[in-house]
Design a protein around this ligand. Structure first.
Ligand code: TYD
Ligand code: MG
Length: 436
């Protein structure tokens, strides 16, 4: 006899689990799970018609998935070439990072090539979007604006305009009258997204959805949203700086390790095809306490500058202030410098910072941080044209890092002829090489 299994289902969002829990794992509602017992039903094998029987993979014709460039090349790079007919792209990001600005730019660029683009704003009025478009030079006749928050109205707009691209800003602010609950609730987001995706697939029209993020940075709404869409892009950047990055977290049609780089300006968003120059001070004077390194973001290598300042102090607890680099990593490097290279900073305040708001989390920057600190404390500048990268172990050894060749190429492309890396196996030797 078939075994009877209990299932618990959330009455708010439909999430199911086989174990009773007090809180729904999806909508986080308390005490919303109800038990249902169902015996698994036996399913009979269906007759499959001849032309649908599974075939060897080599005999299956390829799906032609042409990427159509949007004209915003940094975005196309991230998408793997551009938009794919019928595919859905979810663009997530914090409020104010520039999602609407970017998608309006994409819409306008595509519209300028003669394509019809429908931009549905569920957050701003059409007048507000027009105002922004005026500022960013996005007034094009084939760009259609609608301000709708009801799903059936959005579907109606689609049918009326028959666009070549649909943008919905955002999936959390559109709601369906068929579903209980306010816009943004998991059940609503699922319903809205799946209807729009079905529409896009049926009409072979690319769809772009804006997605809100929660406080911890994940996409708001049901987890299933990420499964439903073909591409998930995350738009990120520091509010203090104008630089923005787009990364792909999922891409059914291209790479997921590409990074697109943009800058927010008063005339909208502009592409930054060569971001390396942004993270170096470009000073012609040789000052001590500075070292160039190369970091890798996705597939892209970027030149960055580490600056260090050390100041004598009598405080029993000298200050360690960092900006853009991990403070515990700097603390570790200070210890390694003292024990393995004989450079003591016990009686000094230490400040370490990157240039241009760059955030470096990879250990490949260890060597440049250590050299910048050594240069600061000895007051000997690192000569122009020197770049350093490598991970430093507790024993003072320099370890090789991923993409070493790519980093060295980027450094030499920008005129850095002396590369200090794991070929100097010990920190002491590397410091000697850098500052003599
Ligand atoms: P927006 O695209 O509305 O962000 P999101 O849709 O992600 O919430 O962008 C809002 C910010 O972008 C706002 O703080 C101002 C800035 N911005 C510019 O710097 N330049 C511009 O041309 C525009 C339109 C906005
Ligand atoms: Mg917006």
């Amino acid at each position: 006899m078939a075994k009877i299994k209990s299932e618990f289902r959330c009455s708010e969002c439909g999430w199911t689990t086989y174990k009773w829990v007090g809180q729904c794992g999806e909508c986080q509602g308390w005490d919303t799970l109800t038990e249902s017992t169902s015996a698994p039903k036996e399913v009979k094998a269906a007759r499959i018609s001849n032309n649908q029987i599974a075939r060897p993979i080599t005999q299956i014709p390829e799906d032609a998935q042409g990427h159509r460039p949007t004209g915003v090349s940094e975005f196309d790079r991230v998408l793997g070439g551009g938009l794919v007919a019928g595919a859905t792209i979810l663009l997530s990001g914090e409020p104010g990072v520039g999602k609407s600005t970017l998608l309006l730019e994409v819409a306008a660029r595509l519209a300028k090539t003669g394509s019809k683009v429908l931009y549905v704003s569920a957050e701003e009025s059409a007048g507000q979007v027009r105002l922004r478009a005026q500022r960013t030079n996005a007034l094009v006749d084939t760009l259609y604006l609608a301000s709708e928050t009801d799903l059936s109205a959005v579907l109606g707009q689609f049918a009326a305009v028959q666009p070549d691209l649909v943008i919905v800003d955002s999936v959390q602010t559109v709601s369906s009258a068929e579903i209980d609950g306010a816009a943004g609730m998991p059940a609503q987001v699922r319903e809205v997204a799946s209807n729009l995706i079905r529409l896009a697939k049926a009409n072979s029209v690319p769809l772009m959805l804006v997605g809100h993020v929660t406080k911890d940075g994940s996409i708001a709404g049901p987890r299933v949203l990420e499964h439903l869409v073909d591409v998930v892009c995350h738009f990120e950047g520091d509010r203090q700086t104008s630089l923005r990055f787009i990364r792909t977290l999922k891409n059914r049609f291209g790479p997921t390790d590409e990074v697109g780089c943009f800058e927010m300006t008063s005339e909208g968003i502009s592409e930054v095809p060569d971001p390396s120059q942004l993270f170096v001070s470009g000073s012609q004077n040789l000052v001590s306490g500075s070292c160039i390194t190369v970091t890798v973001e996705g597939r892209r290598s970027l030149i960055a500058e580490i600056q260090a300042l050390v100041v004598k102090t009598n405080s029993p607890q000298p200050r360690r202030v960092t900006n853009g680099v991990d403070s515990s990593r700097v603390a570790m490097l200070l210890a390694v410098l003292e024990r393995r290279a004989g450079i003591s900073l016990m009686d000094k305040d230490v400040y370490v910072s990157t240039v241009g708001g760059m955030k470096i989390t990879e250990p490949a920057a260890d060597l440049a941080i250590a050299i910048a600190l050594a240069s600061a404390v000895t007051d000997k500048p690192v000569p122009h044209g020197t770049a350093a990268f490598g991970e430093i172990s507790l024993s003072g050894e320099i370890r090789g890092v991923t993409n070493g060749k790519q980093r060295a190429n980027e450094a030499s492309r920008l005129g850095h002829k002396t590369i200090i890396d794991s070929s100097s196996s010990q920190l002491k030797a590397a410091i000697r090489l850098a500052i003599g």
